[in-house]
Design a protein around this ligand. Structure first.
Ligand code: UN1
Length: 512
């Protein structure tokens, strides 16, 4: 029981054996097998979880359908009040939940706390939103007519989330969906199901306390087959999925086939352009956290540095020296910078990528490798690595969810932008420069083609207030701030005639 994990689990309501299907306070026994959630920190089994069956899924959906009938009638600001209390509950459990996230997923405790902070922040955002959800009013072309639009809830929102942000991404979706009047069914990653179970406990008693029915917040657990139940189900008008591009294509296809809506937030291949006018202290700091933070397992992690030839050697040497000071180990120990990868399969992918980049002609600046020995028993700890590479290498075009950074040299600014955009993904991007022309060109229509573009900030660590997501193979969806809420509602245009005539639009005459 290092770092008080056992006490945290107890306070969060996570037992050694947990049912995985829930409509709120009720937990349903699916009769299926239990599987283990294994911590990449030390390879130990944290607890077991029961998978959801197709029959259990049916009862979850029918309960959710009934809940929607009631929840949609609760005034939005009242729904916001419940979300406000959920935010407060999260404030109370921040340390415990941050610790569980850290232990189950392997990110540092500081980052686990940061993830829970994103949940608290999106709740606050959603509370304000609950008094907005604005529609527009527009003038009618006909006399004695009024025209406006309003936003209504959609119904059941399915959420499929990934292991790397096991709780924050769910919260971005549910905080908005709930104030919008939707009910939610969440399938967390099967690699971090306990974080999901803990969240379900946190929110369900608050709904109950307010006399709300079961089924506003539901949980289902399992692998992609359980996710398919959601993506193929016409009773689920919106499926919000975060994860790999491969997964997103399958979800997008299944949802598209039934003309449902998919909100996809998929892989990135995020780059920082470091120009000859960059503040190099800032550039190094930004690149370092972007590349090795969360052991390179953020969808916003920095994968490529596109560096001007004049500063290339200096950046390379300074990064190599910074990497040599990184301390890798137990993420719950604050002295460590880099924790483990999620599992051994991820370690295999990391090793394959390193093999591939060398095969294609890449040169090691900081060589990778798997760590072994005391403290590294889980087999999931790897060395953050840097390779000099070419943008067109197959492996560089691909998102490897691991701390591997590729250095690419450029001569002209136009070339830098072309290299930057020359990948299939389009999530996050950054430029390090003190030159206004370079910065503005990067942000212009002819600049970065990503959903997120930063100046003198790294690629990761976006704030919840902005819309989060990206273009091309990143899937096009936007979650979290700005007007991302619109994806969770249906727009209705209303025209009301308060005159004594019935004129037709476009001046059409149709008299008998
Ligand atoms: C993700 O990796 O799926 O911008 C989300 C960031 C975090 C969220 C990342 N706020 O890095």
């Amino acid at each position: 029981n290092r770092f008080g994990i056992a006490e945290s689990l107890e306070r969060l309501g996570v037992k050694s054996k947990n049912l995985g299907s829930s409509t709120g306070e009720s937990w349903l026994d699916s009769g299926k097998d239990f599987f283990s959630s294994v911590s990449p920190v030390d390879g130990s089994i944290i607890a077991q979880v029961q998978e959801t069956s197709a029959e259990t899924y049916e009862s979850v959906i029918s309960t959710a359908q009934m809940a929607f009938e009631k929840w949609r009638l609760v005034p939005a600001p009242k729904r916001g009040e419940i979300v406000r209390e959920i935010g407060n509950a999260l404030r109370e459990v921040k340390a415990d939940l941050g610790k569980l996230v850290s232990f189950e997923m392997g990110k540092s405790y500081q980052e686990g706390l940061g993830e829970v902070q994103e949940m608290i922040d999106i709740c606050d955002f959603a509370v304000g939103l609950s008094r907005q959800l604005y529609g527009l009013t527009m003038p009618s072309e006909r006399p004695g007519h009024r025209m406006y639009e309003q936003w209504h809830p959609l119904g059941i929102v399915g959420i499929i989330s990934a292991f790397n942000f096991p709780v924050a991404v769910w919260s971005w979706n549910v905080a908005l969906a709930w104030v919008c009047g939707d009910v939610t069914v969440w399938k967390p990653s099967e690699k971090a199901p306990l974080s999901g179970i803990a969240c379900q406990h946190i929110v369900s008693h608050i709904f109950k306390k307010h006399g709300m029915p079961e089924g506003i917040s539901s949980l289902i657990v399992g692998d992609y087959k359980v996710g398919e139940l959601l993506s193929h189900d016409p009773r689920v008008p919106l499926v919000s999925a975060t994860g790999s591009t491969r997964m997103g294509k399958l979800v997008g296809k299944a949802v598209g086939e039934r003309l449902g809506r998919a909100l996809l937030e998929l892989g990135g291949n995020n780059a920082i352009i470091i120009t000859e006018n960059a503040d190099l202290d800032m550039a190094i700091r930004g690149a370092l956290f972007g590349a090795v933070g969360t052991a390179g397992q953020r969808c916003t992690s920095t994968r490529r540095l596109i560096i001007h030839e004049k500063v290339y050697d200096e950046v390379k040497n300074r990064l190599a020296s910074a990497y040599s000071k990184l301390v890798i180990g137990d993420p719950l120990d604050e002295r460590n910078h880099v924790g483990p990868l999620i599992d051994r399969a991820a370690v295999e992918m990391y090793l394959k990528a390193i093999e591939k980049v060398k095969e294609e002609g890449g040169k090691a600046v900081v060589e990778g490798g798997v760590l072994s020995g005391a403290g590294y028993e889980s087999g999931c700890y790897v060395k953050p690595a840097i390779y000099e590479a070419e943008n067109h290498f197959e492996i560089v075009q691909h998102e490897t969810f691991a701390p591997i950074l590729y250095l690419i040299k450029y001569k002209t600014f136009a070339e830098a932008i072309a290299l930057h955009n020359g990948v299939p993904q389009g999530l996050s991007s950054a430029i390090m420069t003190t030159n206004m022309r370079e910065a503005e060109t990067f942000l212009s229509v002819a600049g970065s083609d990503c959903g997120i573009a930063n100046v003198n900030i790294g690629t990761s660590g976006a704030e919840i207030g902005g819309a989060f997501g990206g273009e091309k193979e990143t899937g096009g969806g936007r979650e979290s701030g700005s007007d991302a809420w619109k994806a969770y509602m249906r727009r209705q245009t209303n025209t009301i005639n308060y005159s004594t005539e019935l004129p037709l639009a476009q001046g059409i005459k149709f008299d008998i």
